[in-house]
Design a protein around this ligand. Structure first.
Ligand code: ADP
Length: 302
């Protein structure tokens, strides 16, 4: 049985069609990503899955349970890390966990036990008796993760779990997410970081304007929608751009960069440097970020 099945899933806010008849399936035990520019409909999709936002039409099942009619059962098996850190600033770190257990009707002895286990898991034991305010951004995200795990969920939903974190804090969180996945938890993740998606997700979808554009593993999507080799030229001399075009190499210009897609990257790089004195020329493989920009465009979404 799949962990999540969505067909024709739709969400209409008053004047906004936020999710437009999307279909996807999440397998039990995989990490599944939702990527897309701001306003694509990712958070709304998450909210429908964890029963925070009623679906307008379509079907949505979590572990075979219809979210429309049996939302409490879905919530019992789901853990959620929302985008905002909605921790209680009046409580200590530990108390934030213990008190949250009440939502699930977990008895006090069990609540104390689970809280200790999870403080250990997210490496916050030493901070347990201090105020939430004293935690760094990364620690707060880890506490939110611990809180989402109190009911031992089969499905964990992470809405932009590492936004705003420094690279070290991000790495720590990735490690925890991988560990949970290894233990069999199904994980849904939204992120703006393509590297994060490529590192963590078994499969993912890219959404834009309420629709799913593509689905697949990071490797499949990169193979299908990105060029294998990219040569990036920063501030290219005008003659260089004309020359790349004239030799028939596909290329495009965005701002101060020229992107060329040759068969042989190093050869083109050498020529650009020797012929035109181009200063910053890099050769790299096509990435998920290229796929994302190609499919959703480069316009700013506020
Ligand atoms: P994403 O998470 O991909 O940034 P959202 O799901 O937050 O996208 O938003 C999708 C669209 O729905 C946006 O146009 C947004 O403005 C709109 N939207 C989100 N939440 C609400 C709401 N509570 N009421 C009305 N419109 C909303």
């Amino acid at each position: 049985m799949p962990a999540i099945t969505a067909t024709d899933l739709t969400k209409q806010y008053k004047d906004t069609l936020a999710v437009d008849r999307i279909a996807f399936e999440v397998r039990e035990g995989e990490c599944f990503g939702f990527l897309g520019p701001n306003g694509a409909g990712k958070t709304t999709t998450m909210k429908m899955i964890y029963g925070h936002s009623p679906i307008t039409s379509g079907r949505l099942e979590v572990f075979g349970i219809d979210v429309r009619t049996r939302v409490r059962e879905v919530k019992a098996q789901t853990g959620v890390c929302p985008q905002e850190d909605n921790l209680d600033p009046d409580f200590t770190v530990r108390r934030n966990l213990v008190v949250y257990c009440r939502y699930f009707g977990i008895d006090p002895a069990e609540a104390a036990k689970r809280s200790e286990e999870l403080l250990e898991f997210v490496a916050l034991r030493e901070k347990a008796d201090g105020p939430v305010m004293a935690l760094s951004g990364g620690m707060k995200r880890r506490l939110v993760l611990a809180r989402a795990l109190l009911n031992r969920p089969r499905l964990l939903i992470l809405d932009e779990p590492t936004t705003g974190l420094d690279p070290q804090a991000r790495q720590v969180l990735w490690e925890k997410i991988r560990e949970l996945r290894r233990k069999g938890t199904t994980i849904l993740l939204t992120t703006h970081y393509m590297e994060e998606a490529a590192q963590l997700c078994d499969r993912l979808v890219i959404m834009d304007k309420a629709k799913i554009l593509v689905k697949g593993s990071p490797a499949e999507l990169t193979a299908k929608h990105a060029r294998p080799t990219v040569v990036e030229v920063w501030n290219p001399p005008a003659a260089a751009e004309a020359w790349v075009k004239a030799r028939g190499t596909p290329c495009e210009r965005h701002g101060d960069r020229l992107y060329a897609y040759p068969d042989a990257g190093e050869a083109l790089q050498r020529e650009l440097v020797t012929r035109f004195n181009a200063e910053q020329v890099i050769v790299r493989r096509g990435t998920l970020e290229d796929v994302f920009l190609r499919l959703t465009g480069r316009d700013l979404r506020e």
